[in-house]
Design a binder for this molecule. Structure first.
Ligand code: ZN
Ligand code: CU1
Length: 178
């Protein structure tokens, strides 16, 4: 009877303290402002000198965040099998709320939940790039004015990134409707 009572008193306390510890471990990290001297983690270009959506990511074993000149370079890093499983948080600009030529530091969204348009005519820091949006409706609206096709985070593969560059040089757009 004593044991039973002890257990009853302990359980809520254990649950509470358990919760607190979990929250400490799952530290939510955010996108940060990109200073004017920051270089792309992949190609070394000065990020803020170029138009188009940028990317940021946190990875296991790497201190601080990695910043990328373009969504294209962020994905080129992420889809690399060596990095893929180490990626934790990732962020991209929501291009529905910020100007293409100078995306704002306040306009970052969760990259894993974003919608991406590939095959459109707008250029990023490295040429063709992925236009990123927080909603399907915004991505669709962009497709109707700029062309391209909508993809989700998990659908962006190395092959797709390579085909994106070929779209520029070959001027044939195999997957677009318009
Ligand atoms: Zn780059
Ligand atoms: Cu670059």
């Amino acid at each position: 009877m004593k044991h039973w009572l002890k257990l009853l008193l302990c359980v809520p306390f254990l649950l509470l303290s358990g919760c607190g510890e979990d929250e400490k471990e799952v530290m939510v990290r955010q996108a940060i402002a990109i200073e004017s001297s920051a270089e792309c983690h992949l190609c070394g270009m000065i990020i803020t000198n170029f138009p188009g959506p940028k990317g940021q990511a946190y990875s296991k074993g790497i201190q601080g965040n990695m910043r990328f000149c373009s969504t294209r370079d962020m994905f080129a890093f992420i889809v690399d099998p060596e990095n893929q499983h180490n990626i934790q948080e990732a962020f991209v600009h929501d291009m529905a709320v910020t100007p293409w030529d100078h995306p704002d530091d306040e306009a970052y969204i969760d990259a894993k939940k974003a919608f991406y348009v590939i095959g459109h005519g707008k250029k990023g820091a490295m040429g063709p790039t992925l236009a990123s949006f927080s909603t399907q409706a915004d991505a669709d609206a962009f497709v109707s004015s700029e062309g391209g096709k909508v993809y989700r985070f998990e659908q962006v593969t190395l092959d797709l990134l390579i085909s994106m560059n070929n779209l520029r040089t070959e001027s044939s757009l195999p997957q677009t409707a318009e």
